[in-house]
Design a protein around this ligand. Structure first.
Ligand code: PGA
Length: 243
């Protein structure tokens, strides 16, 4: 794992957007894995700014978002699809047909997961995946537990994760979904390159477990220790527990 510590979240986000733009220039049909949440917000803002300045063309890029809530349609403001439209998709030149998303209201959720994995295989897998980390060490919605799942799957969200997503649902705990669909560990670990971002003191312990702890399903992100090209970009607060 290659660890980089930046003076601020803004600096890390700007460097990350520059890195992504370089990767797209090098391979205009790059397959990108994209996260949601608070962490990548500045990165999306920077990418939109680069696009606005004519420094980033995404028309050939294919994207696969990492996860989506079960029971939440794309039209619901709390869905990850709505988040992506709001913060990224509607501001750039991605071709609508190149945007891939899990459908959390599909009639057959198992078939939906199989469809998504198959589409990703057809695209050649993730060329570069951008990741956040949960305060509990989760990666996408691969939650800590006794074991991990390689394939795209339906999963029960931990209490901690549901609390972390309250904001998307008007701070109403009753509206936060109990379950989600998520890419499995296989797709994430097979990505050509993984760039994980973590900011703030609340992530410091998870970052320590990911980087310096044992590889264990109790901290799914620790499996990135086995990835051939994983970078971890932090601000000073998130790096605080590293020795
Ligand atoms: P956050 O979520 O960016 O909102 O902290 C990260 C994650 O849960 O992976």
């Amino acid at each position: 794992m290659n660890i980089r510590v930046f003076d601020s979240e803004q600096q890390a986000a700007a460097a990350c957007a520059t890195r992504l733009a370089e990767a797209v220039r090098a391979r205009p049909s790059l397959v990108l894995g994209l996260p949601t949440g608070r962490t990548p917000l500045h990165v999306y803002r920077e990418l939109v700014a680069l696009h606005g300045r004519g420094a980033l063309a995404l028309s050939g890029v294919r994207t696969f978002n990492l996860d989506e809530f079960v029971g939440v349609p794309a039209t619901d403001g709390g869905s990850f699809r709505a988040y992506m439209d709001r913060h990224f998709f509607r501001h750039v030149d991605l071709a609508p047909g190149n945007i891939h998303f899990l459908d959390g209201v599909a009639e057959d959720l198992e078939a939906e997961c199989a469809r998504y994995d198959a589409a990703l295989v057809r695209a050649g897998g993730l060329g570069l995946v951008l990741l956040g980390i949960g305060a509990n060490g989760h990666l996408a919605f691969n939650e800590p537990g006794e074991s991990l799942v390689a394939a795209c799957h339906r999963t029960r969200l931990s209490r901690e994760t549901r609390v972390a997503n309250l904001m998307l649902f008007g701070d109403d705990p009753g509206r936060v979904p109990m379950e989600a669909l998520t890419l499995g560990m296989g797709a994430l670990l097979q990505a050509g390159r993984a760039v994980l971002l973590a900011f703030g003191e609340g992530k410091a312990e998870a970052v320590r477990a990911m980087v310096q702890g044992p590889v264990t399903p109790r901290c799914p992100a620790s499996f990135l220790q086995l990835h051939r090209d994983a970078e971890v970009w932090l601000d000073a607060a998130a790096a605080r527990a590293l020795q």
